[in-house]
Design a protein around this ligand. Structure first.
Ligand code: SF4
Length: 863
């Protein structure tokens, strides 16, 4: 089998050509997924005998959804391409892959694949030498041995300490369902991607993080101004998302980018940059509100849409308060400083945000009610400590200026629906697997997860429920990770490593030797999505992506479901209860259940034509049906996409009906209006016990424990403290979250430096390429510097997801791991504050750093 990988590597696209293509794509647009120069249609004509393109998954969930295809010959992958199912056009755009999708073959066929079940050399039932987790060698064991060990440790933990002593980490949850059926496990809740957007804001009348908070993509060209707050779609989820922005640019829209850096999407769109320190967006927007209030004159200078405010909201001013409001305060008077003596002026915010006063004034005047403005934000600003009220103030500004419910006007979050909101035009069917519920209610908030396990107690607030807090004891003995990389991906990694060296047993299912696998006792090798029957993927509302099995399972890898079934047998669980159908049937069910919208936009019908022959060939259960595309054609194409055109029936404007007629189309709040003032919000958050502050019913500014203000020891006199910088962790083009860090082409194309502001670097004598030590109270890490003016002064940008390489003697991570600098500090809402921890940095004079692409991939040392 080792020859298989070598042969595949030899037959694949050359490294040089890949790097050249990546560089060309990046240079042309800074958007590896969007360049028209990469468009090809009809490549299949050049196929040799025996070669076949198979639609292949890019499964790491960057937020985008792209068509990837693998050329298979003699059972191995020799090349990849992206969407060439039809010519590219704005109406009917291709779903082009970025360099991460295009290098997926190096991930699947990487030297870091776990080839067979592994046992840590110094592990013994009960733990063995636990301190060696993360640096031990490995021994090959059989599947039977591995599964017997795992089952025995799970049984022991449950019998001795109860099922809540088992902590499971899973996104999809095959094994987790078995563990639920066995008595349950402790879980964790995390606002991860969505930050403070995870709070149920629909209860005050706004879109949460669903597909309905902004307008259909065709409306982008109606905006005169498009404002992007936070986020960088050119890196995080390149593809259609950024392509739609380019269409708006072509149509003449001006772009404004707000955030701590002038990033790739801002540069691509030639946006005006408004710099704002990470985590201070609420202060920035309060000053925008102040400017609107101070400068508005309905006759001579109409900035505020009073009609929208008065008809559609509650709590803006004393005349529009909800009945029975507990606090005799309103948003407008708070902004004007009536309660705390601090008017939230541009000068006030400038000190906090680092934003020039004229930029704040510019923003407020630009979003005047008569300008057609789309205000979009990504989730990065919501993933900060101190971002609790960011969604609330963002929507409040939208209602103040009336940028809701009309062509050209929009205000909301855009990452999930990729700036293309509205009902899905094509939907996937369900797999048919039953939902197994978890009898254990223990559920720990992620920022404090590792510390809670170390301390043996945690604050229970439900799972995404923000219930009144209750301190509970917890005694975790087993960590079972199924399809996540929690040690690498959660904050407080230093504590995470301690936990991994404390508990009795750590088992991980993984296809490669990632950080989670490295710190385990037993590694169970799983297949990748390229080695499984297939799946239907959704997110873009106009398409379903269907990917199929590309190659046979490599080495001794097994699917998650196979592992779960084998474990279920050993735990005495009725397999039929958890897995009544096999993986192929699940894939078939997803396809058969696909539905597509009718041309009038009013109803849905089956998408796929399935014949009795298809059912017989697939050897599955099902009924013949009639649809718009044949089963085999869909599998071959890998995508079904609804073609759009101007004036079709699929347009959508968020809040349209409500803005026109709020009485007959109420929002989801108790009053039916958008509640700028909400006692429910304040009471819910104040009762959790998470907060060490008191929430107001309206959006307000609070000083967070780790934030820009915390970089000063004396804020009033502007004296800097021990950690004078704020570190953020942008999603980087080289990885999707914590995935693909070992991929050689990606390492060579994207060097993963720490991005520093020129003035900050010069003060410390640092230039591009120098090794830099970055540290704070939570950890220390090293990276080569990239110095420029595109990072704000005071900000350190450390890309997210680099796999840790801890020097145990010095306690310094040599890899540039972002989460080693994140501590166990939850925002007052329980949000992980990935983007605003305080830190310091200096030139590193220790052992020189080797560029990542010259370091051998991280692999398990098997004896
Ligand atoms: S990583 Fe995201 S943008 Fe890139 S190919 Fe995969 S799905 Fe598309």
């Amino acid at each position: 089998m080792a020859d298989f990988v070598g042969k595949a590597a030899g037959l694949s696209i050359s490294r040089r050509n890949f790097i050249k293509a990546s560089a060309a794509a990046a240079a042309s647009l800074s958007l590896a997924g969007c360049s028209n120069s990469l468009s090809t249609v009809g490549v299949d004509a050049a196929l040799d005998n025996g070669e076949k393109w198979v639609s292949s998954a890019c499964w790491h969930n960057c937020g985008g959804r792209c068509v990837n295809k693998a050329l298979v010959k003699d059972g191995m992958v020799i090349r990849q391409k992206t969407d060439d199912t039809h010519p590219d056009s704005p109406e009917y755009p291709q779903h082009r892959a970025c360099l991460r999708g295009r290098s997926q073959q190096q991930d699947v066929l990487g030297v870091d694949r776990i080839k067979y079940p592994l046992k840590r050399k110094n592990w013994q039932p009960g733990g063995g030498d636990k301190s060696l987790r993360g640096r031990d060698e490995w021994e090959r064991i059989s599947w039977d041995e591995a599964l017997d060990y795992v089952a025995a440790e799970i049984k022991k933990a449950k019998e001795n300490y109860g099922p809540q002593s088992i902590m499971s980490f899973a996104r999809t949850g095959w094994t987790r369902n078995v563990l639920y059926a066995y008595g349950g496990t402790t879980t964790h809740w995390d606002t991860t991607s969505y930050g403070s957007y995870r709070f149920p804001w629909e209860k005050i009348g706004m879109g949460q993080y669903d597909n309905y908070s902004v307008n259909d993509r065709f409306d982008l060209k109606n905006s005169d101004t498009v404002i992007l707050v936070g986020g960088n779609s050119a890196w995080s989820a390149p593809g259609l998302y950024s392509y739609f922005f380019l269409q708006a640019k072509k149509a003449g829209a001006e772009f404004i980018s707000v955030g701590p850096n002038y990033n790739a999407i801002a540069a691509t769109l030639d946006a005006r940059w408004i710099p704002v320190h990470a985590g201070t967006d609420t202060a920035f927007l309060l000053a925008v509100a102040h400017t609107l209030i101070a400068e508005d004159d309905p006759v001579s200078n109409p900035l505020i849409d009073w009609d929208c405010l008065n008809r559609c909201t509650l709590g803006f001013d004393a005349e529009h308060m909800p009945e029975g409001a507990k606090l005799k305060e309103n948003f407008k008077d708070y902004v004007l400083g009536e309660y705390d003596g601090v008017p939230k002026t541009a000068a006030w915010a400038s000190k906090i945000c680092g934003t020039p006063v004229e930029d704040i004034l510019f923003y407020a005047r630009k979003i005047r009610k008569d300008n057609k403005v789309a205000m979009y934000h990504d989730y990065a600003p919501a993933r900060c400590i101190g971002a609790e009220d960011f969604p609330h103030i963002f929507a409040t500004i939208g209602f103040m200026t009336g940028h809701m419910g009309k062509p050209g006007h929009a205000c909301g979050n855009i990452h999930k629906e990729q700036v293309n909101a509205g009902p899905a035009l094509v939907k996937a069917g369900g797999s048919g697997l039953p939902k197994i519920s978890n009898p254990v209610k223990d559920c720990i908030n992620s920022p404090g997860l590792w510390k809670s396990i170390l301390d043996g107690k945690y604050l229970y607030t439900g799972s995404f429920q923000w219930l009144p807090g209750e301190w509970k004891d917890i005694d975790i003995r087993v960590l079972y990770t199924e399809d996540k990389a929690v040690l690498q991906g959660l904050p407080a990694m230093t504590h995470g490593i301690e936990v991994h060296r404390k508990v009795d047993f750590v088992v991980t299912q993984a296809f490669n030797y990632n950080t989670q696998a490295k710190y385990s006792d037993i590694i169970l090798p799983v297949t990748t999505q390229w080695e499984r029957p297939g799946m239907v993927m959704t997110r873009d509302k106009e398409a379903v992506l269907v990917y199929s099995q590309v190659i046979e399972p490599l080495y001794e890898a097994k699917s998650d479901q196979w592992i779960a079934v084998e474990l279920a047998k050993r735990l005495g669980i009725d397999v039929e209860q958890v897995f009544p159908i096999d993986e192929k049937q699940q894939f078939f069910n997803q396809i058969a259940g696909c539905t597509v919208i009718s041309e009038d936009g009013k109803s849905y019908s089956p998408l796929v034509t399935i014949t009795a022959d298809d059912i017989a060939k697939w050897e599955v259960k099902g009924e013949p049906q009639s649809g718009k595309i044949g089963l085999q054609e869909l599998i071959d194409r890998g995508v079904y996409q609804v073609e759009r055109h101007e004036g079709d029936n699929y347009g959508y404007y968020a809040y349209e009906d409500f803005i026109k007629d709020p009485e007959n189309h109420p929002l989801t709040s108790p009053s039916g209006k958008f509640e700028i003032y909400s006692d429910w919000k304040a009471d819910t958050l104040n009762n959790t016990g998470i907060a060490n502050m008191t929430f107001k019913p309206y959006p307000s500014y609070t000083v967070a424990p780790e934030c820009y203000e915390a970089t000063f020891s004396d804020w009033e006199n502007q004296v800097k403290g021990e950690y004078p910088y704020v570190v953020t962790n942008p999603h980087y083009l080289r990885r999707t979250h914590c995935n693909q860090d070992n991929v050689p082409w990606l390492r060579e194309a994207c060097h993963n430096p720490v991005f520093l502001n020129r003035q900050d670097a010069e003060k410390k004598g640092i230039k591009t390429g120098d090794a830099v030590l970055i540290w704070n109270a939570h950890g220390k890490t090293l990276r080569q510097a990239s110095v420029s003016d595109t990072t704000m002064p005071g900000i350190v940008e450390l890309p997210h997801g680099r796999w840790i390489d801890m020097d145990e003697k010095t306690g310094i991570d040599r890899a540039g791991t972002d989460n080693i600098l994140c501590g166990p500090v939850a925002s007052n809402m329980g949000v992980s504050g990935y983007n605003n921890y305080t830190c310091d940095f200096k030139k590193y004079d220790g052992e020189p750093l080797i560029p990542d692409h010259l370091i051998p991939a991280q692999t398990a040392k098997v004896l």
